[in-house]
Design a protein around this ligand. Structure first.
Ligand SMILES: [Zn+2]
Length: 401
């Protein structure tokens, strides 16, 4: 029986998607045997945290291609840095530390504000040697010993910034133990994660990803720290088109009083999980029917953007036989196949030569306008763009029913 990352309660299984491939493992040959692992969405009945019931082995999730990296939103970082600078006890002499390339933009901003002691720990300092290592590998090496070792290296950080790692952690408990050992008593942890509340409300399927173990909302993030004897002072939500960002400002000391009863809010969290579970098969049938109609009328459908969101959307909604190929102009992806569905990846020239009826947009919503603009001739010739993101202005109508 799987147990909760935060409170160790037995989890409630919401959806078992069956064995799924690793989304970053593009195939050169579609006949290659693919590693698969059960993808099981679960929820804790005690605190409402949505999470994968059986986290994936980090060795399998680690990219085999060294050019794979992910860009996190940065528009909110000026505001976040103002807040960090204003924390009681934080001053120009405070050591401000980060743990990955995702934290660099915060450290750079803090330096510009006059904080001269910053340190972004390198992969080498973490003892990691794989060239393509990302969050899946970093989260796997964290321990109390490593925390102590880092503290001995450059002294006690007053602030540790960790963006988009907590949700990748196969053990939140181990990550928190590491951070507590590294930070000084009275130090602060700045933990940023994606906000899953609206994406789950919208049945935004691209949001499910084997690399994300936990799917936090403002409520579940706010209550995630007390069991580790740390104190969430504030959870801030920053709105974005794709998904909002949540930042928890956490003091590395126990709270002086215990959390209030969860009550109605816990009920809302459990409803969020239950509605997602109830909605997904209806959504799959609706999408399959719509694409079958395109095919029955002699047309075809393609999907634009060969990332993990496209793979998840096609694989989990069972659309693999109804989509002819994936379009992506990244030359490194040309000629490869998307994991799971094994659809070939071709360039946008396909839109103009083959004129598919429907082009589903699965690149970042921020890039949709540019993609549509660049391929205006396709639309002028009767082609149609529709986004897989329910919050996009171009959202596919099947997502809205
Ligand atoms: Zn729990």
């Amino acid at each position: 029986m799987s147990t909760c990352q935060i409170c160790s309660s037995s989890l409630l299984e919401l959806i078992d998607f069956g064995p799924q491939p690793v989304c970053n493992r593009y195939l050169a040959d579609p006949d290659t045997h693919e590693y698969r692992h059960p993808l099981i969405l679960s929820q804790c009945p005690n605190d409402g945290l949505l999470q994968l019931g059986r986290p994936w082995p980090s060795d399998e999730v680690r990219p085999r291609l060294d050019w794979i990296s992910y860009k996190e939103p940065e528009r909110h970082l000026d505001d976040l840095c103002d807040r960090i600078a204003a924390l009681p006890g934080v001053g120009p002499d405070t050591l401000i530390a980060g743990l990955s390339y995702k934290d660099e933009p915060v450290l750079t901003r803090m330096e510009k504000k006059g904080f001269t002691r910053t340190w972004n720990v390198s992969l080498e300092e973490l003892g990691i040697r794989h060239a393509g290592a990302g969050m899946e590998t970093i989260q796997d090496v964290l321990s109390a010993d490593l925390g102590e070792r880092l503290r001995n290296m450059k002294g006690t950080p007053g602030v540790i910034v960790v963006r988009h790692l907590l949700e990748h952690s196969n053990s939140v408990s181990r990550t928190m133990t590491f951070l507590k050992a590294w930070a000084g008593a009275g130090g602060y942890l700045i933990l940023e994660v994606p906000d899953s509340e609206q994406t789950f409300k919208d049945l935004d399927f691209g949001t499910i990803w084997e690399e994300h173990v936990c799917y936090f909302t403002a409520f579940t993030l706010g209550r995630a720290f007390e069991p580790f004897e740390t104190n969430a002072l504030e959870v801030i939500r920053y709105p974005y088109t794709l998904e909002d960002c949540l930042v928890a400002i956490v003091a590395n000391r126990p709270a002086s009083s215990s959390l209030p009863e969860a009550g109605d809010q816990l009920r809302k969290e459990l409803d969020l999980g239950a509605n997602f579970k109830a909605g997904w098969q209806l959504l799959a049938v609706r999408c399959q029917k719509a694409l079958q109609q395109v095919r029955d009328a002699g047309g075809s459908t393609v999907i634009f953007g060969a990332g993990h969101r496209a793979a998840t959307f096609v694989n989990l909604l069972g659309l693999d036989k109804l989509i002819s190929c994936v379009i992506d102009d990244d030359p490194r992806k040309a000629g490869l196949h998307l994991p799971g569905c094994q659809l070939p990846i071709v360039t946008s020239a396909h839109l103009h030569s083959e004129r598919p009826t429907l082009c589903l947009l699965a690149a970042s919503p921020d890039s949709e306008k540019a993609i549509v603009g660049k391929n205006q001739a396709y639309a002028d010739n009767g082609g149609r763009f529709a986004s897989i993101y329910p919050r996009s202005l171009l959202a596919w109508e099947q997502l809205k029913a």
